[in-house]
Design a protein around this ligand. Structure first.
Ligand code: SER
Length: 739
């Protein structure tokens, strides 16, 4: 059975039993400061379990994209670990409880999957007599195959948190002695690969205070987690997660790409060491691709989700060296992730090119320093050995991090491979000292450069007033290093920083500007603009000539593209205001994308917006556009802006002095973006889709201006073609097509 068939089997089984199928919530969380990634299927429903929000339905089912890094060292070695994985789960919000949960799970495992009863083992929490009784009396599992375990194994989550919790019960499968460790006491719960935990049924009942006091939830519920990859391993009878169909497809491509690069013809299975490296690379590439496909993480960086990405890519790249790969290779295997999993996760295909580009750049950056870093690491290890010491000083680990881009976890792992440790305290101190020196708060703000730009002056942004201005180059960065000049020879990729710029840096959902920076000596095509603290970075390609720090230049934004962006940005404000009017005041923005060709607006709302409501929202927006309301900008104190009724985005942080964008008689929003000066410039606004992206979060996509005109042209052309085929006037298609 393929992994895709297993997905369908699970969703269908529970849908047939009254569960509402829910889409996966995003993998990268933005509004939860306590965790970077979704790590359990129940996470989108925390508030529902606590009774603070209505659940989507009394019974729900989902396959949630999850990511956990705590078991990363076990990935590839053991059969049960993956960083990215899919958690299948059924949920009851005050509907069925222990009995119903256990009966459904058993029925699915035995009667649908056909797993052998005699190989299944059950665990329950030490104090849970009730669950034990259900398993034994109702289901008929013999007592010798039920064990009681403590908090560590049968309480979820095992560490106290703010969310709901409760005792749990797990279904384990004995894979057979050939997977075992042969220790005499090897049994369920052993660290070896023999007893595989398949399904965790959590009886959500409480919240837990810091002192351990338990408060009952308003209504007890069920939250289950069944690892899809583990199930695929069992059903497909393979030894490792990376050998299951979808992952094997990705692994095959990685092997092919490396073979092509190295001229060898390695095959998985030829060498245990290489196979291990391949399993790790496969896992990390899949995780990387999913993080990027979520579309909310800029790219590898030194903080937050970006750092995890960096770590995955660099760790995978280092393992690639074991197979002889010294050039970037990972990005070339990304299409295989789409091929394997794109049917269920359509975002993979949409983001494929973007992901491959970011991964390639990260590989290139690391490749250029890896060899030197490895040499330095070898020297450090040798010195320690000679001095009969076993701890790498923190200062040295920091140099590896800061100069050679070794995530410190990588250094720790490489050290462990030689029986060495790293002085982590010393590392943290060196990191803090460097931050203090460069005046940086925490890490670097963007993915784009790992070098410190703190010595440079802040860039003056003149893009609200003009789209073309003169300025001076204050820095050029090539391959992560500052340089005085760059030549066009190899169409060099570079980053340019000016003292003043009209280019808008990507932020607040608005896409960064494109355009040209040039002088009589050179031409630099700007592909994207991002901010880095108070600096604006122009990223692009030197097309002609030589550019130097100090050059006087003209910076010209692509105005047609920028106008399209401005129309979509003001259009987003109109859409927001119209939604609040039609759907309700509770609508609040939870994300947005303002691109030249479309706008996307994510907002909180518990159910689908009806077609009638959507039509009304669109009608109101167009009425405001035709009214040609003025759009004005003002700077003021934050409190004053709030007093005047400005809408702020809940998850964003604002300075005391804020910028407001007011559309006459419609709305006032805190916003740093670029806008048209009156609504008539938008032309028209057309809603093209409405969908759910997570529990309680809807997404509307719309187009304006030339995009809307083109869209209507296409539809009209299609209507005419269809009319010609049906041999009727376009207005009569409906009658003729149903006839
Ligand atoms: N919340 C539990 C887990 O993550 C079951 O879904 O394992």
């Amino acid at each position: 059975m393929t992994t895709q068939q297993l997905r369908e089997l699970f969703l269908d089984y529970f849908a047939d039993r009254g569960h509402l199928v829910q889409p996966s919530a995003p993998l990268v969380l933005h509004d939860d400061p306590t965790s970077l990634f979704t790590s359990a299927g129940m996470q989108p429903y925390m508030a529902a379990f606590r009774g603070e929000e209505a659940p989507p339905a009394p019974r729900a089912v989902s396959i949630q994209k999850c990511l956990r890094t705590n078991d990363i060292e076990g990935v590839g070695f053991h059969n049960r670990y993956a960083t990215f994985f899919e958690m299948m789960g059924n949920f009851s919000f005050g509907d069925y409880f222990k009995e119903g949960g256990i009966e459904l799970a058993w029925d699915f495992v035995i009667n649908v999957l056909g797993l052998p009863k005699d190989d299944l083992y059950i665990t329950v929490h030490t104090d849970d007599d009730e669950a034990e009784e259900i398993w034994h009396k109702n289901i008929g599992v013999p007592m010798e195959r039920i064990s009681r375990l403590g908090r560590e194994d049968n309480w979820w989550p095992k560490d106290r948190w703010e969310g709901p919790c409760g005792p749990c019960s797990e279904i384990h499968l004995d894979l057979g002695p050939e997977f075992g460790c042969d220790k005499p006491d090897c049994t369920v719960g052993c660290d070896c690969d023999r007893y595989l935990e398949l399904w965790n049924l959590v009886f959500q009942m409480y919240t837990e205070a810091e002192d351990g006091a338990l408060t009952p939830l308003p209504a007890p519920g069920i939250d289950t987690g069944f690892g899809l990859e583990r199930l695929a391993l069992v059903m497909q009878d393979v030894r490792h997660l990376a050998e299951t169909d979808e992952m094997a497809h990705i692994m095959d491509r990685i092997v092919a790409v490396i073979n092509e690069q190295t001229g060898s013809n390695y095959a998985y299975g030829d060498d245990a060491h290489h196979d291990l490296a391949l399993r790790i690379i496969t896992d990390h590439l899949r995780a990387t691709t999913f993080i990027l496909a979520d579309g909310t993480t800029g790219g590898p960086s030194n903080e937050g989700a970006g750092y995890v990405l960096r770590r995955f890519i660099r760790r995978a790249f280092r393992y690639g060296r074991q197979l002889g790969a010294t050039e970037p290779f990972l990005h070339k295997a990304i299409p295989a992730v789409t091929e394997a999993m794109g049917q269920h996760y359509t975002e993979l295909g949409e983001k494929e090119e973007f992901s491959a580009q970011l991964v390639r750049r990260e590989e290139e950056r690391f490749a250029s320093t890896l060899r030197q870093g490895m040499n330095m690491f070898e020297e450090i290890a040798l010195e320690l050995q000679q001095a009969r010491q076993d701890t790498i000083p923190g200062e040295k680990a920091f140099t590896l991090y800061d100069t050679y881009g070794f995530p410190v976890e990588l250094t720790v792992e490489m050290a462990a491979e030689r029986g060495l440790k790293v002085d982590m305290e010393g590392f943290e101190q060196a990191m803090a000292a460097q931050r203090a020196r460069s005046g940086r708060g925490a890490g670097l703000a963007t993915a784009e450069e790992t070098i410190s730009l703190a010595h440079l002056p802040a860039t003056e942004f003149v893009g609200h007033e003009t789209q073309s201005s003169t300025g001076k180059i204050v820095a050029i960065v090539v391959d992560g290093e500052e340089t005085q000049r760059a030549k066009a020879e190899a169409e060099a990729e570079a980053t340019v920083i000016l003292d003043a710029t009209p280019f808008y840096a990507e932020q607040g959902g608005q896409t960064g500007d494109e355009g040209i920076i040039h002088s009589s000596e050179f031409e630099f095509a700007v592909r994207n603009t991002v901010s880095h603290g108070d600096k604006v970075l122009h990223i692009g390609t030197l097309k002609r000539g030589t550019m130097q720090v100090g050059d006087e230049v003209t910076a010209a934004v692509d105005t047609a593209r920028r106008h399209a962006i401005m129309r979509n940005h003001t259009g987003t404000h109109l859409l927001h205001a119209a939604l609040r009017k039609v759907v309700g005041e509770h609508v609040s923005q939870s994300g947005s994308l303002v691109a030249p060709d479309r706008l996307r607006f994510d907002f909180t709302h518990h159910e689908a917006v009806t077609p009638e409501q959507l039509a009304e929202v669109e009608r109101i927006c167009n009425e405001w556009i035709l009214d040609n309301r003025s759009v004005s900008v003002a700077e003021m104190d934050y409190d004053e802006a709030r007093d005047q009724g400005a809408i702020a985005i809940f998850t964003e942080k604002y300075d005391q002095q804020v910028r407001t964008v007011t559309t006459e008689g419609i709305s006032m929003e805190l916003c740093g973006g670029t806008h048209v000066s009156s609504t008539g410039e938008i032309g028209s606004l057309h809603v093209i889709s409405e969908s759910s992206i997570a529990a309680g979060i809807r997404r509307i996509e719309a187009i304006t201006g030339t995009g809307a005109v083109q869209h209507h042209r296409q539809l009209t052309d299609q209507a005419h073609e269809l009319a010609a085929e049906l041999n009727c006037p376009p207005d009569d298609i409906r009658a003729h097509s149903s006839a």
